[in-house]
Design a protein around this ligand. Structure first.
Ligand code: ADP
Ligand code: GLC
Length: 482
């Protein structure tokens, strides 16, 4: 039995701010249980729901030297769907209303503490992983520490590490002096071929330099991050490590995201009866959100973090033109940058019967939007993989996306001559190119309903469960562990 440890800053069903949590919560369950024992480490944030906290039991505590202090480390454990989860407890670091905050140096201290605590806890838990699978910058110090203070001990010798990039934009950067003090790493590590990048210390870079292999969450993004536009300053390193870098596309949990069994939606449906049943979700949502109740109006859904990454400046640019002229409804669920929250609030005020802006986080409403909408808009500037478009495909909701990263790999553009494709896409980051694509989708929706339904047929038949991608992770684990 090979032992794999996932380490991440968020994971469903405990704590989620975005797609990382979906991946960490669903991939371990899909790794072959006959050959792999996969466990997961997360921080025990005080903002985890009471319901989920009640599923944890206290295991032990110890004190660890960290940042010139003797820091308390508590360990909790939970078992969900056959997966063992461990949690690092320290309320000094993991309290607050949300997992993350806007203070970079505090974030770095918090996750440096987390990384060191995870590695220190392993011998006490008597769990020696053959491989540690790290996710995003928050866990970048794990491969580094494995080559540094933990390298000497028998317990840690030979533990492999993998670094998965879910978003190369977030790197955990701060000045070398402070990061040196916090991490306790020597000068040796703060050189341009190790943690240093453009004079700053960079924790993601540390992970990428010291990990035995690197993955990211789609094939196209794996290529994109080797270029200056997408590489966020690390494209040189990505090229240097190109042989150790692979793109493995994300899947979604087909048990949770299943319109046939989903208790969060008003009317269940499947790939056979969606023509009749799916629209009942739209009618119910129109009623709930105070939109014009009309089964025939094309509803476009958006469920997203409201950040520049997701292409909201394009949407802002054409909203008036679209809403003034076209027969569409826009339903938004999201939180994030204030300018985008206010932008959607403004259009909700201006076009109340056509726009519904829901500026909060809600698992339940997200499922209702995936089920109710006819189309799903995701014009991202960059998108490592994207899960929302996969959820849309699963719910028979036709994605309209920009051809970047995982969106390009998972949405096949509609071709009316060959009757192929699962969605609509455009290539340049241009508001009117997006608008033309939305209008093309409208034309098919309104004038060629049979064609539209065939797009849905193909989308619902596409398989974005974890099955194929989990196999690729297994292959990589086997190859690295030997
Ligand atoms: P990212 O990880 O960049 O945010 P993904 O498409 O990979 O983008 O994943 C986003 C996940 O977060 C999806 O599961 C989506 O449904 C969910 N999500 C985003 N915003 C909200 C929200 N306000 N309420 C509920 N779920 C949300
Ligand atoms: C990141 C990316 C998103 C990806 C998710 C899970 O948040 O922005 O594209 O789907 O991670 O890998």
């Amino acid at each position: 039995m090979k032992k794999i440890l996932f380490v991440a800053s968020e994971g469903v069903p405990f704590i989620k701010t975005g797609g990382l949590a979906d991946v960490v919560g669903s991939l371990p369950k899909c790794i072959d249980k006959e050959n792999f024992d996969v466990r997961v480490f997360l921080p025990k944030y005080t903002c985890i729901s009471q319901e989920m906290k009640e599923k944890m039991r206290y295991r032990m505590n110890f004190y660890m030297g960290f940042n010139w202090k003797n820091a308390y480390v508590g360990i909790f454990e939970a078992n969900i769907d056959g997966i063992t989860y461990y949690f690092i407890d320290n309320e000094g670091y993991f309290s607050g209303m949300k997992p993350y905050c806007d203070n970079p140096i505090w974030e770095i201290e918090k996750y440096a503490f987390f990384c060191k605590a995870v590695l220190s806890a392993l011998p006490l838990l008597d769990f020696r992983p053959d491989l540690i699978h790290c996710h995003d910058w928050q866990t970048g110090l794990i491969p580094v520490y494995l080559h540094e203070r933990f390298a000497g001990g028998d317990f840690y010798r030979g533990i492999k590490s993998v670094m998965t990039i879910h978003n190369i934009k977030f790197q955990g950067k701060w000045n070398v002096k402070d990061v040196k003090q916090i991490t306790g790493l020597s000068d040796y590590f703060f050189a341009p071929d190790k943690l240093e990048a453009y004079k700053d210390a960079n924790l993601l870079k540390g992970g990428l330099v010291f990990a035995d292999a690197i993955t990211t969450v789609s094939k196209t993004y794996a290529e994109e991050i080797k270029t200056p536009f997408y590489g966020e300053g690390l494209d040189g390193l990505m090229n240097a490590r190109a042989h150790d870098l692979r793109g493995i596309v994300n899947g979604i949990d087909y048990d949770v995201f299943n319109p046939e069994t989903d208790n969060l939606i008003a009317q269940k449906y499947n790939a056979v009866n969606f023509r009749k049943e799916k629209v009942k979700n739209k009618l119910k949502l129109q009623e709930e959100l105070g939109l014009d109740k009309d089964p025939g109006t094309m509803m476009i859904g958006i469920v997203s973090r409201l950040t520049d990454q997701k292409g909201f400046d394009l949407i802002a640019y054409i909203m008036d033109e679209l809403l003034y002229n076209d027969k569409v409804q826009i339903v938004v669920l999201g939180t994030g940058e204030e300018k985008y929250e206010n932008m959607f609030r403004h259009f909700d005020w201006k076009y109340g019967n056509k726009v519904s802006a829901n500026i909060y986080y809600s698992e339940a409403l997200s499922h209702k939007i995936y089920a109710a909408s006819d189309a799903f808009l995701m014009p991202s500037l960059f998108e490592p993989c994207g899960l929302s478009q996969l959820m849309s495909l699963r719910y028979g909701t036709v994605p309209i996306v920009r051809e970047t990263g995982g969106l390009k790999d998972t949405v096949e553009p509609y071709n009316e001559y060959e009757s192929t494709g699962t969605g609509f896409s455009f290539s340049n980051y241009n508001a009117h190119e997006m608008l033309r694509t939305i209008r093309y989708a409208e034309r098919i929706y309104y004038d060629k309903k049979r064609e539209w339904n065939k797009i849905i047929d193909r989308g619902m038949a596409a398989d974005f469960s974890w099955y194929a991608s989990a196999k690729q992770y297994e292959e990589m684990y086997n190859w690295l562990i030997g």
